[in-house]
Ligand binder design. Sequence first.
Ligand SMILES: Cc1cc2nc3c(=O)[nH]c(=O)nc-3n(C[C@H](O)[C@H](O)[C@H](O)COP(=O)(O)OP(=O)(O)OC[C@H]3O[C@@H](n4cnc5c(N)ncnc54)[C@H](O)[C@@H]3O)c2cc1C
Length: 364
Amino acid sequence: MAEPDNVSVDVVVVGAGIGGLAAARKLCAQGLSVAVLEARDRAGGRLLSTSESSIRLDLGATWFWPNEPRITELIKDLGLASFPQYISGDAMYETTEGTQRLVGNPIDVPSGRFLNGAQELAQVIAKELPSGVVRFDQPVSRILATRDEIQAHTPSGIFTADNLILAVPPALAVSSIKFNPVLPGKLFELSKNTPVWMGAITKVVAQYSEPFWRSDGLSGSAISYVGPMREIHDMSGPEGDPAALFGFAPSMTVGEPTVTAEKVLDQMSALFGPNAAKPEQFFISDWRQERFTSPPGVERLNSYELFGHSLYATPALGGRLHWASTETATENPGHIEGALAAAIRAANAVIKETEPPMSTSSSS
Ligand SMILES: Cc1cc2nc3c(=O)[nH]c(=O)nc-3n(C[C@H](O)[C@H](O)[C@H](O)COP(=O)(O)OP(=O)(O)OC[C@H]3O[C@@H](n4cnc5c(N)ncnc54)[C@H](O)[C@@H]3O)c2cc1C
């Protein structure tokens, strides 16, 4: 068996989602040595795009919004291509009484989309970081803090640092990582009860040969009180190529079976006509099943008021552990923008720690 790695850096970042990567980017730019430990074999976490089609279809996050300054700035900085979400035409509405065509589209608001899929955001940052910073297949199972240092243990190594940024949904962190010493009671309870944004959602994406709904004057949007999908939107590329629709099916009940393709396509056809029953490609992504996103019983977590709790902005374990997932943000928690806000807050706290103390004597 290979010898375990024993690596010492200034900062360990747990998680190569957009939060962990944005924090690492800022810390590396500051000249600090960083190891990003990622459990999966890919970057992006809840940013996940297919590689199968000419434009990458988003199975995780899709949109960013015009009032989100950090993501707008990052897209510009990285030189990524984006385009506006299609929102023209009428929306559909479904109740137990049947389907109804609305006049106009009261469902969608203007938003932006990533031309090459949202995951590109994470992949580009991971590539731009100095070689060896991002380490895949490194699930952290234990975090151990002493007076002098903090360690992250993975099956293949021990990573020691002065500070650690935990860029993992808090409820997942406390259910899958052992902390030594244990987290303070209030922080543990808070983390255990903080929902994972979209962690109990099944996202369905159907790709078609053409955006037939647009020819009928429909926007591709729908709200349903019947399900399985409660919300549907157009997910086509620019000029409708490739043509696609996507929907969200929430899991209201613990252990409720995943939606079936048959039920989803029946619902699509009821809303958008028989063409909707024949997608060229079809994806069902149940984020409850993603063990590096959602802890068991994620459906039970619904105290969204815990997002951005002040305890998440207070470094724990002797001031060495900093939180940075989107759930810990005070601004736009849940969104990519929130993950960036949390990452910047955590990275700034670490940078402040590493700065030499200010002289107490002042000439002014
Ligand atoms: C279906 C869906 C649709 C969404 N739509 C939108 C949208 O349109 N717009 C928007 O702004 N946001 C959207 N979101 C939310 C958005 O994806 C998240 O806000 C953002 O990606 C969170 O980033 P993060 O870095 O905080 O967490 P994550 O992306 O969850 O990253 C955490 C990382 O930590 C890793 N990890 C977990 N446990 C360990 C461990 N023990 N050791 C090491 N690594 C570990 C994970 O593999 C992951 O890579 C959506 C999410 C989903 C699921």
